[in-house]
Ligand binder design. Structure first.
Ligand code: AMP
Length: 175
């Protein structure tokens, strides 16, 4: 019997040169499309945070929403959407971070979280870690307590964990 991680790996499709030349894109849609695998993956990630009193889950636009929402639901936690600049309708706080070329800005609603709230950050995939770090910084701007960062997939060779030093990092699948 293959392990869950082996089964999940088999359901991830490699797409070369997407969205630009030189990137090997990990397409998670075949995995997400299978109810059995999706459920077990969500359950495994949520289980890790079961007894940590997580109150809110920060989920990162847009593929992160697909995992963050069911994980929050399992934990009985609220959802905070983290979005690209200009997408949220209310007052926001933002963090600008470095990309390979240029910068990007992530935002969350300024009243999304009370000081001291126990939160986790969820995204589909950890690459260089810049996106998740910016999200942790957003939580810290509102003085939230970041209990951890969780990913379905980690591209370990990109050393995103180094970028997230000081935060507890968990991934179900590593390449
Ligand atoms: P990073 O900030 O470098 O950790 O990038 C993480 C974000 O970019 C995640 O939201 C991923 O969805 C996306 N991403 C980066 N690299 C890949 C890849 N090779 N395959 C799929 N998604 C990726």
């Amino acid at each position: 019997m293959p392990s869950l991680v082996e089964e999940l790996k088999r359901a991830i499709r490699d797409v070369p040169d997407f969205p630009k030349p030189g990137i090997l894109f990990k397409d998670l849609t075949p995995l997400l499309g299978r109810g059995d695998l999706f459920k077990r993956a969500v359950d495994q990630i949520a289980e890790r945070y079961q007894n940590q009193g997580v109150e809110q889950v920060l989920t990162i636009e847009s593929r992160g929403f697909l995992l963050g929402a069911p994980i929050a639901y399992r934990l009985g936690a609220g959802i905070i959407p983290i979005r690209k600049k200009g997408k949220l309708p209310w007052k926001t706080v933002g963090v600008t971070y470095q990309l390979e070329y240029g910068t990007d800005t992530l935002e969350m609603h300024a009243d999304a979280m009370n000081p001291g709230t126990r939160v986790i950050v969820v995204d589909d995939l950890l690459a260089t870690g810049g996106t998740a770090r910016a999200t942790c910084q957003l939580a810290e701007k509102l003085r939230g307590r970041v209990m951890g960062c969780a990913f379905l997939v980690e591209l370990a060779f990109l050393k995103g964990r180094n970028t997230l030093q000081g935060f507890d990092v968990f991934s179900l699948i590593q390449f």
